[in-house]
Design a protein around this ligand. Structure first.
Ligand code: ZN
Ligand code: ZN
Length: 463
C-alpha cells in the first residue's frame, strides 16, 4: 500500500462540525466562510493547519440574488491584510456550500473560474500567501489546494482531516484515493475477527483504514504500544528511534531477542520485524533517527496521531512542537519508578492526550523540563558543560529503573485511550494516571486544569 501524498487541511478539535453546522443551517442559499491557516510543505507533502474561522456578515456579501451571491472583494482583502500583520497564518482557505446538493460536493465551473482568477491575482500581489478551498454539500465535501505551475494556477485535490474520526466527514473525491479498503469480510474472518466482535464493524473500519500512527521512542514502553496497536487492528505505523538494542533492554522490549542485543540491531528494525510477523499486511516504516532530525517531519505529516513513549525531555519537546505545528493530535505515555534508600517510593505511569484545540500541551502540564531539553540539545558543547557544573543536570545519561509489567500496563492504557478516540465508548479524559503504591488504581487526573500553567507559550503561539 502506498500512502497518497494528497495535501491535507487539518482542523482543531470541534471546529469542522461547528463550521458545517453554521454554513449548512440555511439550505435556501449558499453560505461562505474564510479560514486562516498555517501551512507546512516538505517535498511533495503539504499540511495546512486551520487556525481561525472568519464568518462574513450579510454586508460582506456581494448581491443577495442567489445566482450572483459571493463575498465582497473588500472583505477578502481585509483578511489578507490582517494575515500579513498577524504573521502566524499564511494560507487563506475559502469555504462555501452547495446547499442544493444532497451529496457529491463538486466545484462548479463558476467556482473554477473565480478561484483560478483569485489565485493568479494573489500570486501577483502577495506571493507568500497560500490559497485553498472547500465546498460542502449536505453530506460530504470536496477540497483543493491551489499553486502556480509555469505561471498557471493549478488545483490539487486535498483531504480534510479532523482530530477525531467522529468529527470527520466523507470526501466526495475519496473514490479516487489509493488507500487500502478493508472489506467487512476481512474483519469478520481474518486475524481481527475476535477484535471486531468486541469493538464492532464501524469502529474497526475506521481503525484499519486510513490511519497512520507515529510512535516516537520504541523502547520498553513504545514497543508495547506498537505491538498493541497492531493487535488491535491498526495497519500503518511509523517507528522513530535512533537507538540500538542493548543487553539491559532485553527485560522489556517486545520482540527483541538476545541475539539482537549482541548484534547491536536498531530498535526500529527489531520491533518493525516483530510487528510484520504478527500482521504481514501492516505497513511499518522505520526511521532510525531522533525526532529532531528533519527527515522525520515528512513522515509525521502523513500521520494521524503522534504517540510519544520516550522518557527523554528533548524528544518529548520536539514531538509536542511538531504536533502543534501540524495540528496532529498527540498522545504521551510515561512511566516512573522511584527507589529511595532501597525502598520503592513511587511506581506509576500516565497517559496524556493533547489534541489540537484542546487547550493543553505537555509544556503547560509541566511535562517538559526546559533545563533538561537544553542540556540534551547542547550535550556536546559549553552550555551543556555549564549546566552540569552548576548541578542542574548530572552530565551522564541516568539509567532509570525500568520493568516490563509497568510498561505493559501503561502501554495498554495508552492504546485503550487511543481506541476510545475512535469508539467514544467512554468520556474523553485528557490525563489518566496509573498508580501502584498503597493500592493499584487507574483514575482520571481531574486536577490537570487547575495545575496547568495558564499562559502557555507553546499552546498560545502554536495553537
Ligand atoms: Zn460553488
Ligand atoms: Zn500548553
Amino acid at each position: 500500500m502506498k500512502k497518497s501524498a494528497l495535501p491535507v487541511i487539518r482542523f482543531p478539535q470541534g471546529m469542522f462540525p461547528e463550521l458545517r453546522h453554521r454554513l449548512l443551517a440555511d439550505l435556501e442559499r449558499e453560505s461562505f466562510a474564510l479560514l486562516l491557516g498555517k501551512r507546512t510543505v516538505v517535498d511533495d507533502h503539504c499540511v495546512i493547519k486551520v487556525v481561525e474561522v472568519v464568518h462574513p456578515t450579510r454586508d460582506d456579501y456581494d448581491g443577495q440574488s442567489l445566482a450572483s451571491l459571493r463575498l465582497k472583494r473588500e472583505f477578502v482583502y481585509r483578511q489578507l491584510v490582517r494575515m500579513q500583520q498577524q504573521g502566524d497564518v499564511d494560507t487563506l482557505i475559502d469555504v462555501h456550500t452547495h446547499p442544493f446538493c444532497p451529496n457529491g460536493a463538486a466545484f462548479s465551473g463558476i467556482d473554477d473560474r473565480d478561484e483560478r482568477d483569485f489565485m493568479s491575482w494573489l500570486d501577483e500581489t502577495l506571493d507568500d500567501i497560500g490559497y485553498a478551498s472547500v465546498v460542502l454539500s449536505q453530506s460530504d465535501y470536496s477540497a483543493r489546494v491551489w499553486s502556480m505551475e509555469d505561471g498557471q494556477p493549478v488545483a490539487s485535490t486535498a483531504r480534510v482531516k479532523t482530530q477525531i474520526i467522529a468529527e470527520a466527514w466523507p470526501c466526495a473525491d475519496s473514490r479516487h484515493d489509493d488507500t487500502t479498503d478493508v472489506t467487512p469480510s476481512d474483519l469478520g474472518t481474518g486475524f481481527l475477527a475476535r477484535t471486531t466482535l468486541a469493538l464492532g464493524l464501524d469502529a474497526m473500519r475506521s481503525i484499519v483504514s486510513d490511519q497512520t500512527i507515529a510512535i516516537v521512542g520504541v523502547g520498553g514502553l513504545g514497543s508495547v504500544v506498537a505491538e498493541n496497536l497492531i493487535h488491535m487492528g491498526f495497519q500503518s505505523v511509523q517507528l522513530i528511534d535512533p537507538d540500538v538494542v542493548e543487553i539491559t533492554n532485553l527485560n522489556r522490549i517486545v520482540g527483541a531477542y538476545h541475539s539482537d542485543a549482541l548484534d547491536s540491531r536498531l530498535k526500529v528494525e527489531v520491533v518493525g520485524e516483530h510487528l510484520r510477523k504478527i500482521n504481514p499486511d501492516a505497513v511499518v516504516e522505520a526511521h532510525a533517527v531522533g525526532i529532531e532530525d528533519d527527515s522525520t517531519l515528512a513522515a509525521l505529516m502523513r500521520s494521524d496521531w503522534i504517540v510519544v513513549a520516550t522518557d527523554n525531555h528533548f524528544s518529548r519537546y520536539h514531538a509536542q512542537i511538531i504536533a502543534l505545528q501540524l495540528g496532529v493530535p498527540l498522545l504521551s505515555a510515561g512511566v516512573n519508578i522511584n527507589v529511595k534508600d532501597g525502598q520503592i517510593a513511587d511506581w506509576s505511569g500516565e497517559v496524556i492526550i493533547a489534541r489540537s484545540g484542546d487547550g493543553l500541551c505537555l509544556n503547560c502540564l509541566g511535562r517538559i523540563n526546559p533545563t533538561l531539553v537544553a542540556a540534551y540539545e547542547h550535550r556536546a558543547d559549553t552550555i551543556g558543560a555549564e549546566l552540569v557544573r552548576k548541578g542542574y543536570v548530572t552530565g551522564q545519561e541516568v539509567k532509570e529503573p525500568a520493568v516490563k509489567t509497568l510498561n505493559a500496563i501503561v502501554g495498554a492504557m495508552a492504546v485503550d485511550a487511543l481506541l476510545n478516540q475512535f469508539t467514544e465508548r467512554q468520556r474523553h479524559v485528557p490525563v489518566t494516571v496509573y498508580e501502584s503504591n498503597h493500592l493499584s488504581a487507574i483514575y482520571p487526573d481531574e486536577q490537570w486544569q487547575s495545575s496547568r500553567q495558564v499562559s502557555c507559550y507553546f499552546c498560545s503561539s502554536l495553537q
